[in-house]
Design a binder for this molecule. Structure first.
Ligand code: XMP
Length: 510
């Protein structure tokens, strides 16, 4: 693999994704990993990422200079570039000139920037800068605030840049990364979707042998692709379980029962538990309470289904759609410390004892989608927008009842239909539709007074759901959605638009 050494500034994962876009497999490792351990993995190349520190700050992470004598190609980015300059005997100074954001880069020579426009924009973020390249290195670029904004030594296959080639704001960045990997490091581009599928299928077969596996389908992309991969590997020794908690949107159950099964031929057990969830939720209005109840009931229902499947044959393996960012963020590979709590089927009782199969553990979301398409899953499943596990249960403000679910389902279906018809699906991250069941407002329809509920549209754009902005939907689309919902959905007499970014608002209302 190409190993991306993470100096802890959230850039490492993005770099790893870009490397994979250049069809080279890459993984993130924390900067605390000893050089010997890094070299033991026989990396095809090493990339030192950006980081928040100044190389002169107390306790600033550095790099063991022996790394540069191992004959392995190394590329330094931003902080990694400075760490590299310092370790190789160049000069890094705190000149007081800082550059943040879009900056003009001047190409002065070398291979990495050859043929690119002599002046082109790049994305910078630095306080210190390299003022003198290490001996034997050619300076390849400069900018107003960075006299040495790039250097390379082709013989030793070492290079670096001060700017961030991995971000979209550096329009030639991907090309520069590609040149380092393919031309300077000589890494072969062989990481393709077909190779991912082949490799994972092999691994799954090796792990499961002639055993049996079970997989909980959530209706989301990850569990669907994980299941499809395992199905490809072990056929009908996989049983999928789909819990219908009655909080799904219109058509979602059919999408799993019909489209997913048609595409994969998977053996599917659907458990209809809507009654059970509705009675557990009766009288509950507190959002956290709702989430807890839904989570708890979900585990119980899945557990019973797993027991039933197990009783029919000896199932030892549980398939989960864990992705690479989750692995990195849970300490499986990065200096980043925040650990997210995942809502995968955790919390199963010990006596069920499954061995986990996680075929997506090394994949990023965009790779998962491509694998899904490669396996023949329909676009409607592969490009689904995120939908929370607790479903419509947390999109009804107030108590969840069967009648309110009907209302929300109808309004949500209209909003989705109109957005799809306007071809907006790829522009927005997701658009929760929320029923304010505890609010009524006065309206007038056909000469008579109404006293109905408002529905909120919450369209957002986002990269990763951690931050979001409200999406500027065209007025004519908003108009059609509003007209149709108020005309077609009984009890809704008002449609309002949520224009709050995240933060301060979250994407969901509960
Ligand atoms: P918030 O509302 O926190 O949501 O801005 C961020 C993203 O996570 C989704 N979400 C969930 N997904 N289980 C999930 O699988 C949950 O309990 C859950 N709650 C929120 C939300 O739709 C958004 O994409």
């Amino acid at each position: 693999p190409v190993l991306v050494v993470d100096y802890g500034a959230q850039y490492a994962q993005l770099i790893a994704r870009r490397v994979r876009e250049a069809q080279v497999y890459s993984e993130v490792v924390p900067h605390t990993t000893p050089v010997a351990e890094i070299l033991e993995r026989d990396p095809a190349a090493i990339i030192l990422s950006g980081g928040p520190a100044s190389v002169y700050a107390d306790g600033a992470p550095g790099v063991d200079p022996v790394l540069f004598d191992a004959g392995v190609p190394v590329f330094g980015i931003c902080y990694g570039f400075q760490v590299m300059a310092k370790a190789l005997g160049g000069t890094v100074e705190h000149t007081g000139t800082r550059e943040f954001g879009r900056t003009e880069l001047e190409v002065v020579g070398g291979t990495l920037h050859e043929g690119l426009p002599t002046r082109h924009p790049v994305w910078m973020s630095h306080g210190d800068c390299v003022t003198e390249a290490p001996e034997g290195f050619e300076v390849t670029a400069s900018s107003d605030g960075a006299p040495v904004a790039g250097f390379e030594n082709l013989e030793r296959r070492l290079a670096g840049v001060q700017y961030h080639p991995e971000v979209a704001h550096s329009p030639h960045g991907q090309e520069v990364l590609r040149r380092f990997l393919h031309d300077i490091a000589g890494v072969r581009p062989n990481w393709t979707t077909a190779s991912i599928v082949d490799e994972q299928v092999e691994r799954i077969r090796a792990q499961i042998g002639d055993g049996h596996a079970i997989c909980g389908l959530s209706g989301g992309v990850d569990s669907a692709v994980a299941a499809a991969l395992v199905q490809r590997a072990i056929g009908d020794r996989l049983t999928c379980v789909f819990v219908d908690h009655g909080l799904l949107r219109a058509g979602e159950r059919a999408q799993v029962e019909r489209d997913f099964v048609a595409a994969t031929g998977v053996k599917l057990v659907t458990v209809d538990a809507s009654e059970r969830f509705l009675s557990a939720l009766a009288g509950v209005t507190d959002p956290e309470q709702k989430r807890k109840i839904i989570g708890r009931e979900f585990i119980r229902v899945f557990e019973q289904a797993a027991r039933d499947v197990k009783a029919a044959g000896d199932v030892e393996f549980l398939v989960q759609g864990t992705l690479y960012p989750d692995v990195v963020e849970s300490g499986g590979g990065a200096g980043t410390s925040n650990i997210k709590s995942h809502h995968n089927v955790g919390g199963l009782p010990d006596d069920l004892q499954f061995t986990l199969v996680e075929p997506l553990r090394m994949l990023f979301k965009d790779e998962v989608r491509r694998v899904g398409l490669e396996l023949g899953l329909p676009e409607t499943i592969v490009h689904r927008q995120p939908f929370p596990g607790p479903g419509l249960g947390i999109r009804i403000i107030g108590e969840v009842t069967a009648e309110r679910l009907e209302i929300l389902r109808a309004a949500d279906a209209i909003a989705r239909e109109e957005m799809s018809a306007a071809e907006l699906d790829s522009d927005i991250w997701q658009c929760p539709v929320v029923l304010l069941a505890n609010v009524r407002s006065v309206g007038v329809q056909g000469d008579s007074r109404t006293y109905g509920h408002p529905v909120v549209l919450r369209p957002v754009s986002s990269e990763d759901a951690m931050t979001a902005d409200w999406a500027r939907l065209p007025y004519d689309v908003l108009e059609r959605i509003s007209t149709r919902i108020t005309n077609e959905v009984a009890d809704v007499n008002r449609v309002v638009l949520d224009v709050t970014s995240k933060p301060p608002g979250t994407i969901e209302w509960e």
